[in-house]
Design a protein around this ligand. Structure first.
Ligand SMILES: NC(=O)c1ccc[n+]([C@@H]2O[C@H](COP(=O)([O-])OP(=O)(O)OC[C@H]3O[C@@H](n4cnc5c(N)ncnc54)[C@H](O)[C@@H]3O)[C@@H](O)[C@H]2O)c1
Length: 254
């Protein structure tokens, strides 16, 4: 079960956190992994980890917001069976604390970056007779979070993009789903705690852990397991669906 042998899988933001865990697991399951990453050193590190474990992977240094660069990379890769749109950035602020530049930055990476990869990958999947797409949304797409105006906007868009693509490309044998994690302990979380709450890191870490009714943050490997299921043939009946993976955040926070 859950074999990805002979599958070519593109993972954006695969150099860190959730993307890294997905890249490692997909390679372990036999996929040829292609990591598109802004941070070339991080991506190379993950490729080396995969190679050391006997897997196959390649890194491509690029900003997913750059359509020309993204299209060129997908041309180089050739056949794509699986696309995981994972690269994303955060912004903390309500509407009034979100400057135009903040909104544009979050939109360009989280929304346009996903669009660029879909734009490049879908024609290749059609040529191949099908494929699977997994987009990284967030609980921010489903509930009102304090001070996450731009981020929520971007993840709501990811949720809607997922439905649109799933509908339009069903006849081409392309499935498209999304995952909505609550807080997952990654460098993304450590980075934003350090930036936004200097000197209160431990207190905020504890608070963020408790905001999941289950009492802790998720692990990147737990998100990767769900990603593997949704990108494998075993989930062949699932398309146009979002999966919360949130320690009860959406339904049990009462
Ligand atoms: N960690 C969480 O709590 C959490 C919760 C819900 C959703 N998510 C989403 O999961 C995804 C991964 O988050 P993470 O916590 O693993 O983050 P992370 O910061 O640990 O990793 C993100 C990776 O994406 C890369 N990246 C950023 N901008 C890029 C760009 N423009 N082009 C190419 N690569 C780029 C970074 O270099 C980094 O390696 C994001 O979309 C995030 O919004 C995270």
């Amino acid at each position: 079960m859950f074999s990805l042998i002979n599958k070519s899988a593109v993972i954006t933001g695969g150099g860190s956190g959730i993307g890294r865990a997905i890249a490692l697991l997909f390679a372990k399951q036999g996929a040829q992994v292609h990591i598109i990453e802004l941070n070339a050193d991080a991506a190379t590190g993950v490729v080396e980890e995969i190679a050391a474990a006997g897997g196959q992977a390649k890194a491509y240094a690029a900003n997913v917001a750059d359509q020309q660069a993204v299209v060129a990379i997908f041309k180089e890769i050739g056949g794509v069976d699986i696309l995981v749109n994972n690269a994303g950035i955060a912004h903390v602020g309500n509407l009034e604390n979100t400057a135009e530049a903040d909104l544009d930055r979050v939109y360009n990476v989280n929304v346009k970056g996903a669009y660029n990869c879909l734009y490049a990958a879908v024609p290749l999947m059609k040529q191949n007779g099908g494929g699977v797409i997994l987009n990284m949304a967030s609980i921010a797409a489903h509930v009102g979070l304090t001070d996450r105006f731009a981020y929520s906007m971007s993840k709501g868009a990811i949720f809607a993009i997922t439905l649109s693509v799933a509908r339009d490309y069903m006849p081409d044998n392309i499935r498209c789903n999304s995952i909505s994690p609550a807080r997952v302990h990654t460098p993304f979380v450590d980075g934003f705690i350090a930036k936004n709450y200097p000197g209160k890191e431990d207190e905020i870490f504890e608070k963020l852990s408790k905001s999941q009714p289950i009492g802790r943050m998720g692990k990147p490997e737990e998100i990767a397991s769900l990603a593997l299921y949704l990108c494998s043939d075993e989930s062949g009946f699932i398309t146009g669906t979002d999966y919360p993976i949130d320690g009860g955040f959406i339904t049990l926070n009462n």
